[in-house]
Design a binder for this molecule. Sequence first.
Ligand SMILES: O=P(O)(O)OP(=O)(O)OP(=O)(O)OC[C@H]1O[C@@H](n2cnc3c(O)ncnc32)[C@H](O)[C@@H]1O
Ligand SMILES: [Ca+2]
Length: 506
Amino acid sequence: MSAQRAAGSLTDCREMKEKNPWHTPVTISITVIGVIAIVALVTVAVLQNKPVPQKYKYGIVLDAGSSHTALYIYKWPAEKDNNTGRVEQEHSCKVKGKGISSYAETPWQAGESLTECMEDAVKQVPTKRHFETPLYLGATAGMRLLHMENSVASDKVFQAVEKSLQKFPFSYQGARMLSGQEEGAFGWVTVNYLDDRLKQGLETTGALDLGGASTQISFVPKNYIISESPSNSVTFRLYGNDYNLYTHSFLCYGKDQVLRLALAHQTKSGPGEIADPCFHPGYSESKNYSVLYDSPCVSDRKPQGAPVTFHHKGEGNFQQCQEVVKNVFNFTSCKYSRCSFNGVFQPPLHGQFGAFSAYYYVMDFLNLTDTSVPLTTVKDKLAKHCATPWNQIIQQHPEIHVKYLAEYCFSGAYILTLLTEGYNFTSESYSSIKFIKKIKGSDAGWTLGYMLNLTNMIPAEAPDSPPLPHAGYVSIVTVIALLIFTLFIIFLCRFRPSSSKQPQIV
Ligand SMILES: O=P(O)(O)OP(=O)(O)OP(=O)(O)OC[C@H]1O[C@@H](n2cnc3c(O)ncnc32)[C@H](O)[C@@H]1O
Ligand SMILES: [Ca+2]
């Protein structure tokens, strides 16, 4: 039946065409107008929704660390700063010289030291964006120690830095000291933001940061209540998910301060010579007692009647070095259900970890960033490195700073002891640590998390579902246009204007 009807209507259409050829002026005009209208509709839709060249906004953060200062420039799409655009690192600049806390006696030099990188930033950020680009400086453990030692001196350093930064055309937002808790938490935010774990609500990665003067551990424990030590708990609501983060910063447990602690332990009785298992055989340097003890981390341990200098000699014995390093930890007291060291609460480790800063520098130099290598092999490799004569080490690595070269054996031993004895990583869980420097082109560290927080760039609630993507939009408009076109042709075919039929009937 339906086939007959279809055949019938085809015949009708043919008959009509024979009687009323399609090329009458009216039909041609209507068809041309229809086609033009549809082409115009599709063109406008495509052009209107075509991605325009991206414009960016910028933000600058200065990381005033204990050993040095670094400047980071971040950028994000200008139209999407309502929490949907991705923030990424555009540029970084390493300030020449030491950290700002080292200018306690000449504070103006702390401000001066930042000039070169700031001038670089002026060139990197497009001029028309300068005035709206926020500029932050955050100081970490070096300034915390200076503040403890001499708060007047630390205030003067901040004033000098502030004066220097305000001279630049950016939107200066202040220079301040971060608490250890903030440093740990923002490092965790950075790592998980860059990995897209927060937006997607995926299981988060813990963050391990090893600086020169302090070290941080931050992770979300599994089914473990942190409330027994509220100072270690930070709660966040990000993209609609709640996070209860454990974080702790150990002041004086950065790699430079621990080296002082370890040396101080070996110079208890103030000898003129120290045979140090953590330095290479053949290493021999004359060092100053007052320089070694010039830090609140060790100042109370200075031996009475010590000579002015001591002779620091390398022995190159990894096992003995580990024993020396263990002495800087206190494992005896713990008033909580469980502790890491020095009586600090720590819940059981959970999940994957990203280890950055000195963790990366040291393990990268030692070729030990591959954590699929068993811990025993790591220790064997480190033992070999420590036993290598100093003159051979210098010859093999002429391009590396001698101070760093001399300390890799010690630093490697410290890192392994901190991870295993300090934080309780086992041979199995050690493989859950990834030694990282950058994630998708941005440096791992607290600065990005700090800026995201201060600019409210991570919303507490998940943003509304994104609008239709460009391709989807164009496809839908094209399909609708084709449908209209088809209906139009059918209409032309079947319902011709009666005025053109009339004369034929007559
Ligand atoms: O977090 P704080 O404690 O304030 O310190 P920082 O921010 O200055 O610390 P960094 O992470 O920059 O560096 C950590 C340590 O690594 C050292 N360091 C930097 N680059 C290194 C490299 O290439 N090899 C070895 N050590 C390096 C540096 O001197 C510090 O002692
Ligand atoms: Ca740091």
